[in-house]
Design a protein around this ligand. Structure first.
Ligand code: ZN
Ligand code: ZN
Length: 378
């Protein structure tokens, strides 16, 4: 964590300013008539590499490289384990790092175990509940809190959000937010590593997480979050919480089997449904926002990218499917801009605000929402 420390020491004041103002569209609320800069982060919050530098990195990275399989295995458990040849450059279309992706493959293959463990209403019910709770954690916490800072909470609340979000098995909060901020900075440009327009549909859906260049956490993108050691811990050991989540499902099944055998479940069944099946659906549900939400749907706003509003994806992702709205105005805690645009994540955040757990949910100002709407069917 030496690199993080050095970074933080030198930029602490800037971090504080950044944490106060939030990430996206900080100019939007600054005065009458101010309009959002679609799909862009403020300069104070991130330090993109100069275009020429990115281009050089890309040139180097697309060439096949040999990698150290032992380091790749260590990275299953400790994300700071580094290969000497590690390149933290451009992560557009390139070769898959197979050894490191073994757990990802196992996660998918484990779903086939339903053939052996069978099913029961309680196991499927727990799988659905685990999907819903963890999708909320991804959209409400990883996305709308860590990536965009659209509301506030305490430091303990922030840690809990990171901890609950980690159960989703989408790596740590810093890695997730750092990549997502890059997505908004470079939406559908060559530097956007999961742009279907630039790198193809499957790379945008899941290919981009499988390559070496997108593995490290870009701390320069998340200076406001990296100052918290508890968040860096979650980010460094990002398989710890998922392993504990799987174990919790196993013991839940074991307890239900012992205490209420009439439910017809077992330790193995609950592990497979409550963790493996639920997590795979959750992964691909989340991935649709990078892939399908940039391909199918309508565009209310001219954002200069391919982001779409899609009511089906908004259901699957508890509100994230209003993705064109979100690209237009990232500072808002709600992605559904009108009452008929259901946004279950926002409703959940409202409940948390009534309980005093979060506050200062940033709204979308009507003058911004209604400014020059341009709907075009795709
Ligand atoms: Zn976003
Ligand atoms: Zn997007």
């Amino acid at each position: 964590m030496t690199d993080a420390k050095a970074l933080l020491d030198s930029r602490e004041t800037e971090d504080q300013a950044s944490a106060e103002t939030g990430v996206a569209g900080t100019t939007v609320d600054s005065g009458p008539g101010a309009l959002p800069v679609a799909g862009r982060l403020s300069e104070a919050d991130a330090a993109p590499a100069p275009a020429a530098e990115i281009s050089d990195e890309r040139e180097r990275e697309v060439r096949p490289r040999s990698s150290n399989p032992f380091v790749a295995v260590m990275q299953w458990f400790d994300t700071t384990a580094r290969d000497a040849q590690e390149v933290q450059g451009f992560g557009g279309r390139q070769k898959i790092e197979w050894v490191r992706m073994v757990p990802f493959a196992i996660l998918h293959l484990s779903c086939l175990a339903v053939l052996w463990v069978g099913w029961s209403p309680v196991a499927v019910g727990v799988a659905v509940a685990m999907y819903a709770v963890r999708m909320f954690a991804i959209t409400g916490f990883y996305h709308r809190y860590f990536s965009h800072r659209t509301f506030k909470t305490t430091r303990f609340g922030q840690f809990m959000f990171g901890l609950i979000g980690s159960t989703a098995t989408q790596r740590g909060p810093l890695w997730w937010a750092a990549h997502h901020r890059d997505h908004h900075k470079h939406s559908d440009q060559m530097e956007d590593v999961h742009s279907p327009k630039q790198h193809g549909f499957w790379w945008s859906h899941m290919g981009w997480v499988t390559c070496k260049a997108n593995f490290p956490t870009k701390l320069e993108n998340v200076r406001d979050l990296a100052r918290f050691p508890e968040l860096r811990f979650l980010d460094r050991f990002d398989t710890l919480v998922p392993i504990l989540t799987g174990a919790a499902m196993f013991f839940l099944g074991m307890a239900l089997d012992a205490l209420w055998p009439s439910l017809g479940t077992s330790a193995g069944q609950m592990l497979v449904w409550g963790y493996f099946v639920s997590t795979v659906f959750l992964l691909h549900g989340t991935f649709t926002i990078n892939s399908l939400s940039h391909v199918f749907g309508t565009q209310r706003y001219e954002t200069g990218d391919t982001s779409r509003n899609n009511p089906i994806l908004a259901l699957i992702t508890l509100g994230e499917g209003w993705h064109n709205n979100h690209h237009y105005y990232q500072s808002s805690a709600r992605n559904g801009f009108y009452w008929w645009e259901y946004d279950l994540t926002y409703y959940g955040l409202k409940v948390l605000s009534w309980l005093g757990i979060v506050w200062d949910l940033r709204p979308v100002p009507a003058r911004v929402r209604d400014a020059r709407p341009q709907r075009r069917e795709r």
